[in-house]
Every structure is written in C-alpha cells, then in structure tokens.
Design a protein around this ligand. Sequence first.
Ligand code: CA2
Length: 141
Amino acid sequence: MPTIALVNGPNLNLLGQREPGMYGARTLQQIIEGIQQAFPDHHFPHFQSNHEGELVDAIQRFGAESKGIVINPAAYGHTSVALRDAIAAVRVPVIEVHLSNIYAREGFRHTSITGGACAGVISGFGEEGYHMAVGHLLFHH
Ligand code: CA2
C-alpha cells in the first residue's frame, strides 16, 4: 500500500484549541483522519513534534520508508537550515504546506528556508492544502 508520511512541526498540536480564525477549527487528529478518509487506499503515518532534531529524525526515517512526505514545518520553516538539509538529503519528494498564507502575514514569515528544498510549497488553503499535497504526490509523481 503506497505510503505518504505526514510531518507537522511546533505548536501544531494546539490546532483546534486556539486561533481558529488563522488556522481553522479542526484538530490535527481530525485533519489526519480527513486525509485518511479522502484517500482510503493509502497509508499515512504521522509524526508531530515541537523539537527540531526529532523532526530531522522523522524526515530521515520517512524518507527511507515512504513514497513522499508532506510537511508543515510551522515556525521552523522560517528558521531551520537543519530541516532544509534533511529534506534535501532524502530521495523522495517532499511538499511543504502552510495552513495560512505566509505571504499575507508578518515579514519574518515571508521566507521559507525549507521550501527551496521541497518539490513545491502550498500556503493559504487551510486543511485543503494537505489534501492538495497528498493528491499531487500520489497521482502526479
Ligand atoms: O500557517 C501555517 O501552517 C504555519 O506553518 C503555522 C505556524 C506558523 O509559525 C507559520 O508561520 C505558518 C504556527 C503554528 C502554530 O499553531 C497554532 C495552532 C493553534 C494555536 C496556536 C498556534
């Protein structure tokens, strides 16, 4: 069964509890269940962490085990050379997703360090962005 790994970065464990106007009202668990329901014939191992090194480990592990990776690096996308290097080192395609439109927000969010190492970046489409990324990896790669 084709496997697409889902990786989510810091504070995304708080989804659904605060800031629904910015990030939607659904929890991360609900978002993952929605992906599984939309693509029932595929397998979606998931990892969320607030710790940069754990995210590096997850990218390396999933890079060896899956057909592709969808990552929302959250704030680390704007800061982390380590995550970018991990993404660049894996052989499978990685797509970066942001729930909000990072270009419509503060200037420090306009740069994605990680995005340049990804096959593409989707920003501003909320939960649907994860579905767009998964669909692309499954059907266009
Ligand atoms: O829009 C996105 O998906 C972001 O990756 C979310 C990050 C932010 O730093 C990026 O610039 C854009 C923040 C995630 C924080 O998530 C929360 C969820 C609920 C309550 C508070 C924070």
